[in-house]
Design a protein around this ligand. Structure first.
Ligand code: SF4
Length: 250
């Protein structure tokens, strides 16, 4: 008994009571803010620096679906690019992931883009099958962490299940390699309709560092509209959880 009490004392309180307001480290890189006064020369320099073409060379906007959050732009141009630790950056539309100069408001999902059946059917219970389509295990680990004692995603009836037959949707990580493309299709077809698609991480959303690689086969992503885009490299559990809570209206 004394041993358990000692463990409790050492570990402290691990359960996060409010997943909406949980503070994270100041060093965490979440929603970027781009100066409205950024010059054409600075935009050109930032676009050149960015290793994944996430910065639009015409206006300096950052595409969170491509950004690897490497911080190189902010290090080179600290007056123009800055990353806040705001982790609520999931979106229902691909275009909503583009952060433009002068855009300082927190990202909020577009409620009108959510299919009515999603909230009607899955608000109180959502079972998900995770498909790692050529992933590097980073997003996969963060997704696993979302169910741990800290984040406890299961408190909302949201869980990962072993079989697509038992799932209400799929969560895709990784850039979708040729070898995984057919397996992804098969898994998706095995989920009963209506079903949701959630893309987690830069690789799944855009291909990330592997964009243009002949080893990728992203037909599935191109032909199916995702219900939720969760940026990050890897995505933080709080980004994933808050994104799903917003999607379900919790
Ligand atoms: S933080 Fe994102 S936008 Fe900036 S250089 Fe890295 S990948 Fe590009």
């Amino acid at each position: 008994m004394m041993k358990e009490i000692r463990i409790l004392k050492d570990h402290g309180k691990q359960y996060i009571p409010d997943l909406r307001k949980q503070p994270v480290s100041e060093r965490f890189r979440g929603r970027p803010v781009i100066s409205s006064g950024i010059s054409a020369a600075e935009i050109e320099r930032a676009a050149t620096i960015c290793p994944v073409d996430a910065i639009d060379g015409r206006n300096g906007a950052i595409d969170l679906g491509r950004c690897t959050f490497c911080n190189e732009c902010a290090l080179a141009l600290p007056e123009s690019y800055h990353f806040t630790n705001d982790y609520r950056i999931a979106a229902t539309g691909r275009e909503d992931l583009i952060i433009r100069p002068g855009q300082a408001d927190p990202l909020r999902i577009d409620e009108t883009a959510i299919r009515p059946e999603v909230r009607k059917l899955f608000r109180r219970s959502l079972k998900l099958r995770q498909v790692s389509a050529g992933g590097d295990n980073s997003c996969e680990m963060e997704l696993a962490a979302s169910g741990n004692v800290n984040f406890d995603l299961g408190r909302y009836g949201i869980e990962f299940v072993a079989s697509p037959r038992h799932a209400d949707g799929i969560v895709i990580t990784g850039p979708v390699t040729e070898n995984m493309s057919e397996a992804l299709e098969i898994c998706y077809r095995a989920v009963p309709s209506p079903k949701v698609i959630i893309l987690v991480g830069t690789d799944a959303i855009s291909g990330g560092l592997f964009t243009g690689s002949p080893a990728l086969q992203r037909r599935f992503i191109e032909h199916h509209k995702a219900d939720l885009y969760v940026p990050g490299n890897p995505a933080h559990p709080l980004t994933f959880i808050n994104g799903i809570m917003d999607l379900l209206g919790l």
